[in-house]
Design a protein around this ligand. Structure first.
Ligand SMILES: CC(C)(COP(=O)(O)OP(=O)(O)OC[C@H]1O[C@@H](n2cnc3c(N)ncnc32)[C@H](O)[C@@H]1OP(=O)(O)O)[C@@H](O)C(=O)NCCC(=O)NCCS
Length: 145
């Protein structure tokens, strides 16, 4: 298993995993491609030999704040610590380039994700009413400062 930056050759697998996880709300392949070109974005992937990409996460930086926008792990590889490993690496790399605070939004019913973020030190600081569609749902706004 290798953790490395997302590359253009990963885009098809990343967009396919995104679609599986988020359906109608999924980012397009073009959105990932744009992220790879943007110096304020950092995308990391988990690559395993027999499968290729099995997980990714991404962050967009704005001065000392980093907004974690995408986190996804292939269903067959969940609950093995990949998301936590990837996010730790993402935050370490971001901190090394000056990010001090991390934030993200999560569906209030998404307990696996909320537990994951809490285990990394994130706390809920606010709620955005009806932030999500398909289905309508509130977002928790979490921060790790
Ligand atoms: C949320 C998600 C990224 C977690 O990935 P993962 O690799 O399975 O998570 P990890 O194995 O690193 O788990 C780390 C911690 O998260 C929590 N967690 C993960 N899955 C959980 C579950 N099904 N139920 C409860 N807690 C869970 C636990 O606290 C776990 O720590 P532990 O194993 O010591 O108990 C994964 O379920 C996923 O891709 N979901 C679909 C996409 C999604 O919802 N992304 C987040 C959008 S904001």
């Amino acid at each position: 298993m290798e953790i490395r930056r997302m590359r253009r050759e990963d885009l098809t697998q990343a967009a396919a995993l995104e679609e599986k996880c988020f359906g109608a709300d999924a980012w397009s392949m073009q959105a990932f491609a744009d992220a790879l070109e943007d110096e304020n974005a950092l995308y990391l992937t988990c690559i395993v030999e027999e499968e290729g990409l099995i997980a990714y996460c991404g962050i967009w930086r704005s001065f000392e704040d980093g907004d974690i926008t995408n986190v996804a792990v292939d269903e067959r590889y969940r609950k093995k610590g990949f998301a936590r490993l990837l996010l730790r690496e993402l935050m370490q790399k971001s901190a090394a380039s000056g990010v001090e605070n991390f934030t993200l939004e999560v569906r209030e019913s998404n307990l696996p994700a909320i537990r994951l973020y809490e285990s990394l030190g994130f706390v809920t600081e606010g709620i955005r009413k009806n932030f999500y569609r398909n289905p309508n749902e509130n977002a928790l706004i979490m921060w790790k400062r």
